[in-house]
Design a protein around this ligand. Sequence first.
Ligand SMILES: [Zn+2]
Length: 310
Amino acid sequence: MAHAYLCVGIDTECDKGAGWRCERPLSYAGILEGVAGRLQPLFRQHRAKATYLLSPEVMRDEASVEALRRLDGDHELGTHLHGEFAEPGRYEPDVTAVFQRDYAPDVERQKLVDTTDLFIRAFGHQPRSFRAGRFGIGPNTVGILESLGYVVESSVTPFMDWSSSGAPGLAFPNAPTQPYRPDPASPGDVGDADLLEVPVTIRRRWVNALPVVGAHVDPAWLRPTRSRASTLVRIAQAEIAEARARDPERPVILNAMLHNVEIVAGKSPYAATEDAACRILDNLGGLLAFARREGIPVIGLGDVPEVLAA
Ligand SMILES: [Zn+2]
């Protein structure tokens, strides 16, 4: 039986608060305390590798870049685009609301170039992995990412439909839950792209199969924000079992997600208090402990192509 692996992709951005409002002036406790002080020590304790996907504003903040350069222990840095913070036409939004698929193709390309250049200037190497802000990829995203040297894309959210969040048609009803070569024009479908799509681990609930009602209940995400460790473990086990039943020889990839700002009090809508922030961190710790117990290596998103090729 093939091995299972876990990735944890962390969307890493400036401090936000209730309603996802950006703090003014922009602030970065979610990096200095969140990533450096809480997340990375937790990953190190579990001998696990985190993937921090960095939004442009983080890479423009010197103290954040310095803290990220100094992170102790294994980790991967990649990029995450909230287009408001990228050139051309960058500005400080109240709320990061844009879906990058809604930019003209050339503007989307320039914003991805700006983000990638910021990364290379800050860290001296090419980023391997990418996730769109608000999961907002479109028909041009994969081609642009390939031309910029990325090997992994991780914005596909199987079974989700973001129409009611302001993105009509942004939906992934048929996306595989295991990594695949996407169709560049329709990244939620299988195709022949060079880069690998590593979808967020999301599973349908039985209730999702019901007519009408089913469409109003979110499927189950491998996401520590609101799920206790025991629930995360059940989701992980179910995905491993189903993927192995489909193909016993192929390694199984689990892909959990969260935001850096969720684990610092008052910096996201998910955790107004220290208690709430610690609960999310504990949920994540429980998932990492499960992986360690079960001998499931926690790897970077950018490591997935090699694991699958081996
Ligand atoms: Zn984001």
